[in-house]
Design a protein around this ligand. Sequence first.
Ligand code: GAR
Length: 202
Amino acid sequence: MKRIAVLASGRGSNFQAIIDRIEDGNLPAQCAGLVTDNPQAYAITRAKRAEIPVFVVDYSRYADKGEYEAALLEAMDQCNADLFILAGYMRILGRGIVSHFKGRMINIHPALLPSFAGLHAQRQAIDYGVKYSGCTVHFVDEGMDTGPIIIQRPVPVCDGDDGDSLAARILIEEHIALPEAVKLFCEERLMVCGRTVRILPP
Ligand code: GAR
């Protein structure tokens, strides 16, 4: 069985979706750790409830990004995971970490990439006036939200939506897309060909 680890900075509802799929038998993986940069993250409570080891690498305790990322790398290595999942991890990872985990790190983003990369993607979609947005799970590369796309799920933008109401509708789809992508990885059904991710049959 594959070992997975999750990086999250806050609420951790996507992390919870993964825990739930493991617990209900629909995700054949062992969660080896939660790594967080935020000692207040609610994701920590979720991890403890599920008896998942917690690694807090408190960003505010390091002199600079280099020192922080050295500690982060150490925590990630301790997880000894096959796959690292950025599930609401709200910092940009340095090139060193990205290349160290290339091909075994994925991210969930609350928009249909390549539209609306970066922060506040749901509000960006509202401000732009698109009729559909959604979520994307992709491999992490050196760019910001630019890696090969594994799964996307579209969501309509409704009249009267604001960033929060759209975010809530997108989140429902995130909780489906992320465990599904993790499952495909764990079943070794993802093949990256350039920018394209092929999904192999079971
Ligand atoms: C999710 O909507 C995720 O897509 C987003 O943060 C939220 C975390 O929620 N991530 C990003 O915006 C990354 N650029 P959660 O902590 O409840 O899973």
